[in-house]
Design a protein around this ligand. Structure first.
Ligand SMILES: [Cu+2]
Length: 278
């Protein structure tokens, strides 16, 4: 069968569009990595929205700079090769150009530094929290404690039978929507890292140290992350699943969780000084 290039291109494009529709159709339940994803996960917090716009700004800048340098290289190769330009110029100094190629990059870097520092400050300056969740990384699962809501703590392990594969857990971390959640994190054994891409957070969970970050999810739904510090043989199998719900659902969940986890061995983890029952 013979096919013209144009026809072939259109068929491939059609196939790609159909594939993308298939992927997005299966994505009704929340934020997680998607097949063939080439950009950042969709934002669910103001911080992540700002990270994405900063990323887009940098992408435009780096593209323009790369094209400019490429154009200069092409001009040099075409106009100033030995054949086209047998007698080279003996110029060694040009004050105007030297000042320009020093000053313009400095101005560009300062221009990048301003929004960059603003974003960094927003990430690091924890606003007044509505709720604190203490997240402990363990080999190889997470524990979540709710000191403001009855001091219960529970383990969250990857569930083989749950979807999405390798991201579903038995007990999800649950938080209310549009509330500032302070995340305090530590490691019980080795260094782990608590990361949820659509919240724009990634912070090390270090034994003997309490690290702090925050997020304010503005959309209800399920959000997935993974441990992001190589922590041992099951590093790839300690996913993070966060369910963002409205206030009433959160209050109901807290009441149920208090009862459900009242006898959880995880609550005695610290006092027992040993392995939590899994
Ligand atoms: Cu880990």
């Amino acid at each position: 069968m013979k096919m013209s290039n144009g026809l072939m291109g259109r068929r491939l494009l059609g196939l790609a569009v159909a594939g993308m529709a298939l992927v997005s159709g299966g994505m009704a339940f929340g934020q997680q990595p998607k097949p063939w994803e080439i950009t950042l996960q969709e934002a669910a917090t103001p911080v992540m929205e700002n990270i994405i716009s900063f990323h887009n700004l940098l992408l435009v800048l780096i593209t323009l700079i790369t094209l400019f340098v490429l154009a200069l290289l092409v001009i040099v190769v075409v106009k100033f090769n030995a054949k086209a330009n047998p007698v080279p110029s003996r110029t060694t100094h040009n004050t105007l150009i030297e000042v320009a190629w020093t000053l313009i990059p400095v101005l560009i870097l300062v221009g990048i530094a301003v929004p960059s520092f603003r974003l960094l400050f927003q990430q690091l300056d924890v606003p007044k929290a509505d709720l604190t969740v203490k997240v402990t990384g363990k080999q190889w699962y997470w524990s979540y404690a709710y000191p403001d809501n009855g001091k219960f703590e529970f383990d969250s392990l990857m569930a083989q039978d749950k979807q999405p594969r390798l991201l579903g857990v038995d007990n999800e971390m649950v938080v209310p929507v549009n509330k500032v959640i302070r995340v305090q994190t530590t490691g019980a054994d080795v260094i782990h890292a608590f990361a949820v891409p659509s919240f724009g957070i990634k912070i090390d969970s270090i034994p003997g140290r309490l690290n702090e970050t925050w997020f304010k999810a503005t959309k209800v739904g399920m959000y997935y992350g993974q441990c992001s510090e190589l922590c041992g043989k099951d590093h790839a199998f300690m996913p993070i699943a966060v369910r963002v719900v409205n206030d009433q659902e959160f209050a109901a969940w807290v009441e149920a969780a208090k009862k459900k986890y009242a006898t959880n061995p995880a609550n005695t983890y610290a006092s027992a000084g040993g392995q939590a029952a899994q």
